[in-house]
Design a protein around this ligand. Structure first.
Ligand SMILES: [Zn+2]
Length: 266
């Protein structure tokens, strides 16, 4: 189907929203793992010298490029190098949002639902990657928003979200109980939130894909001798589960179709 004007418009809006959300979620994750307040009066500061950033330094993607060109990628006050983490997360979030907008273009409710899941997965991936902390609050916000959007579609769609949340939680609770703490409860709560967004069948696919990706990476990292398991090195799981969720959001129905499982939305 050739792209028509309104389609491109929605994708562009989503990409811009994604860049802003990437910037916001990055700051929220950064502050959460350091026990800093991330709402209200807290202002964005230079990580090194603590100088409060000017509005011009807070524009997603563009500020980083601007600082790179005119200040050699360094803080104006202390000269500390600005981490590429900001640019990377903003671009990743923008690209993911644009892809979801491309897929759910003509169904704004499904687009809102998928973006809610994407941003929820994004922030929890950042905190888990950095310190291994997975915050229940982020999963809760994701889940509640997901259920509200589902309710706005239909009651059956809401039930599917509730089932997805219950199963997402139960699968991980089961693993935690049989492995006696091989995984954190944060992972279970995270998957409950994602289950509320994805629904029953999609959360099962996402869990499967997440474990496949995580397992594959663990094997590769072991082969490269980057990590030694069993001596305290643990692989953060949430980024892999998130990747599973994202792939499912984009391709879930094709995967179900491949296995001849049919889904009923609405
Ligand atoms: Zn500085």
């Amino acid at each position: 189907m050739p792209a028509c004007q309104p389609e491109i418009f929605i994708i562009l809006i989503a990409a811009m929203l994604g860049a802003c959300m990437g910037s916001f979620l990055n700051a929220a994750a950064y502050r959460s793992v350091r026990n800093l307040k991330w709402w209200g009066s807290a202002r964005s500061k230079c990580d090194n010298c603590g100088r409060i950033l000017t509005p011009l330094e807070l524009i997603p993607v563009f500020s980083f490029i601007f600082i790179k060109i005119f200040h050699n990628g360094r803080c104006k006050s202390c000269g500390a190098e600005i981490s590429a983490r900001y640019l990377f997360t903003e671009i990743l979030c923008a690209a993911g949002s644009a892809l979801l907008a491309y897929k759910f273009n003509f169904n704004l409710k499904l687009l809102a639902l998928s973006l809610t899941g994407f941003y929820g997965a994004f922030i929890s991936s950042l905190t888990d990657y950095e310190t291994g902390d997975v915050f229940d609050l982020f999963a809760l916000i994701t889940g509640v928003l997901g259920l509200i959007i589902r309710l706005s579609v239909s009651l059956n769609f809401l039930y599917d979200g509730l089932l997805g949340a219950a199963v997402g939680w139960a699968v991980f609770a089961f693993i935690i109980l049989i492995t006696r703490g091989g995984m954190g409860w944060g992972d279970a709560v995270f998957m409950a939130g994602m289950g509320a967004v994805l629904g029953l069948k999609f959360i099962l696919i996402a869990i499967y894909l997440g474990f496949m990706l995580g397992g594959l990476s663990a094997v590769i990292l072991l082969l490269l001798k980057k990590v030694k398991f069993g001596r305290g090195d643990t692989l953060p799981l949430v980024p892999y589960l998130s990747a599973g969720c994202f792939i499912t959001l984009l391709f879930g129905e094709y995967i179900l179709e491949f296995f001849n499982i049919y889904i009923y939305i609405k």
